[in-house]
Design a protein around this ligand. Sequence first.
Ligand SMILES: [Zn+2]
Length: 219
Amino acid sequence: MAGFRALARDVRNPRRHITARRTSLRKCLERFAPYGHRATWHHLCSRAGIALEDRHPEPTRLITALEELEEARALWLGYEADFAARRRREKHHGIRQPSAVDDWHLHTWGGCDILPCESPSAHPDGRLAEVLARLIRAMETGPASSCPVCAQDRLAWHDDLGRYPWEGPVCGDCGIVVPVPVLTAEALAAVRHTRSGRAAHPARPAAAPVRHHRRYATV
Ligand SMILES: [Zn+2]
């Protein structure tokens, strides 16, 4: 299976048919898709001015989309490398404790579904790298009571997300599933109480079947 960089080279290769280059960009999202595959594709197309189903996009627009993805990936992989190094140091000093952060990283490692969006068309507007930078700052500064991306506190608990984390706090403003480790215990308790208040989101699609297994059964 081709890696991200090989796929990116295929996207840039002017000797390939534009439809094949577009397909390679979509395959890049199987390696790195912070909002999940569909929402990340929707985001990149929106920002680069590509119609979602256009199989013959302008090459320059395709490259624009790829560059936004690459910029975000470089930022995120740098963060993960720093995080892993810090964990190793902590473990060496015997202070490493399993935590919600570890669990969250286990499921998002490499950059897929970092900030899953419940609806493919409802995701943050900003540049992908800027959004991830805000999340990294939130991870590094510690738990807060609002969304790490848009700073709003209109969070509601959704228990039918259809994929990891299966249930969690969804931001009513920017659409992301907020990673639990960036919220304080108080904020988390408050948002859990919104379970019965989901009428605040009447446009949500029909409930997907709740799945009880996790992608990684063992660590
Ligand atoms: Zn938000």
